[in-house]
Write a protein that binds this ligand. Structure first.
Ligand SMILES: [Zn+2]
Length: 447
């Protein structure tokens, strides 16, 4: 395993720091300032390349464009894109091979989505896509003070060990990175991780918001201290209460990045603390759905192995009306909401997707996850301190009754930790019928 780890990380570092990466980083550092006609030209040029490639090489898009009577040369303005129907996840599930360009050369990389909305999708990327993604991330990290070679700590799943292992961290010398396991977030393991992090003194921390929050909560409870110059979060919705505790406990600033495995849209926090659509990363379209909310539709610019055109992400954002004080003209976003597909269905048919406010203020509670076992039964899995008693349990249930439905049966299940998905994500809701797809708890995970 160690040899495989070394080889994988050596290759990763090579792709991620080589001359092609350096060129891409220089190019995107310049494109970060594009606006007006120059930005539209950039977007149109990348779009036309994506569409021409998809039409020539990707069976699904060849069929789709032919059926709609569209030739790639018909897409002359950004507005022409509206003629192309949306691509849904269901299309990919129905015909995965139809989305792959068989003529793509070079290394190919596969990744599985977490399956939060059903069967996981297998997605494929070519080397230019890997390089572009890494260059966009580096541009963003540098905006927030990071320099090449600085020490980083990363808490993620799947890089250190599986659920069955008791290994808590591993050092990746190729990127001067301490990788810590997101599968072992109980107090005994967290104590050892904090020892290690204090000794390692990383410049920055990379984690999902919920993971960084669990660490911050442990610091608050144990009275221990950790400092990072920056905490970079991604992969889940970042809630205000998480950002507050992480910022205070780690004496840091938090920078959140929104993207998805399909790589059709990116939104990042600027140094003035507002989100902006990364307009040179992809074409991001916002479809209004009422109440000031928009759904994110994206078209890839850089992956020619599995390009997506007008891909319906299912993610929602709220636009910010006022321009940002940083001076960027890129569309400012007030809020990025969770995916609408994950929800509890109340007995009266209402769908409830926002549950993060329910556990707030309940003493001794660290994390909560809502599992709908049947139309009438809701299980609340909690990670809590020893003092969490029946009284706090009753308080949590009362809050859930008020905010979800008084007509459901509630049950509390205490766990040492809430299992993450295979890609390390925390799921606030496990919808009806999805329990089988979820990872099992490893109650035995110890130091
Ligand atoms: Zn800004």
């Amino acid at each position: 395993m160690d040899l495989a780890f070394e080889i994988k990380n050596f290759l990763k570092a090579k792709i991620r720091t080589g001359p092609r990466f350096q060129r891409a980083l220089r190019r995107f550092t310049e494109s970060a300032h594009l606006e007006g006609d120059a930005l539209r030209d950039w977007q149109l040029q990348h779009l036309q390349r994506t569409i021409a490639n998809a039409y020539q090489n990707v069976p699904f898009y060849k069929r789709l464009l032919d059926k709609e009577g569209i030739r790639p040369s018909d897409i002359r303005t950004l507005a022409d894109m509206k003629r192309i129907p949306l691509t849904e996840k269901a299309h990919i599930r129905a015909d995965p091979a139809g989305f792959i360009n068989p003529r793509s050369r070079g290394f190919k990389f596969s990744v599985q989505t977490s399956g939060s909305t059903g069967t996981p999708l297998e997605l494929k990327r070519d080397t230019p896509s890997i390089i572009a993604e890494n260059a966009f991330l580096w541009r963003y990290w540098q905006q927030h003070g990071k320099r090449p070679g600085s020490r980083r700590a990363t808490i993620r799943a799947g890089m250190v060990s599986g659920l069955d292992s008791d290994r808590l961290w591993v050092y990746n010398r190729h990127q001067n990175e301490l990788l810590l396991s997101a599968f072992h977030l109980n107090d005994a393991c967290l104590s050892k991780m904090v020892d290690k992090l204090q000794e390692f003194k990383a410049f920055d921390l990379y984690a999902n918001p919920s993971t960084a929050y669990v660490l911050a909560d442990y610091l608050a409870r144990s009275g221990r201290a950790l400092h990072f110059d920056a905490v970079f979060t991604s992969s889940e919705q970042l809630f205000d209460y998480q950002a507050e505790l992480i910022t205070t406990q780690m004496k840091t600033r938090i920078w959140d990045w929104y993207g998805q495995a399909e790589r059709v849209s990116a939104i990042a926090l600027c140094p003035h603390g507002h989100y902006h659509i990364q307009e040179d990363y992809s074409l991001t379209e916002l479809e209004p759905i009422g109440d000031g909310q928009y759904e994110v539709i994206g078209t890839s610019f850089f992956n020619h192995l599995q390009p997506f055109i007008r891909y319906h992400t299912g993610d929602r954002v709220e636009l910010q009306d006022e321009p940002c004080s940083c001076g960027s003209s890129w569309r400012p976003i007030r809020k990025i909401s969770g995916r609408a597909a994950s929800y509890i269905v109340a007995p009266d048919g209402r769908k409830i997707s926002l549950v993060s406010h329910i556990p707030r203020g309940v003493p001794y509670l660290i994390e909560a996850q809502f599992v709908q076992d049947s139309p009438d039964d809701l299980r609340i899995r909690v990670v809590c301190e020893d003092q969490f008693s029946e009284r706090e349990g009753a308080m949590l249930i009362a809050r859930a009754k008020e905010r979800i439905s008084p007509d459901m049966n509630y049950r509390i299940e205490k766990l040492p930790m809430i299992p993450r998905t295979s890609s390390g994500k925390f799921m606030p809701i496990i919808p009806l019928g999805q329990q089988a797809n979820q990872p099992q708890v490893n109650a035995e995970a110890t130091v």
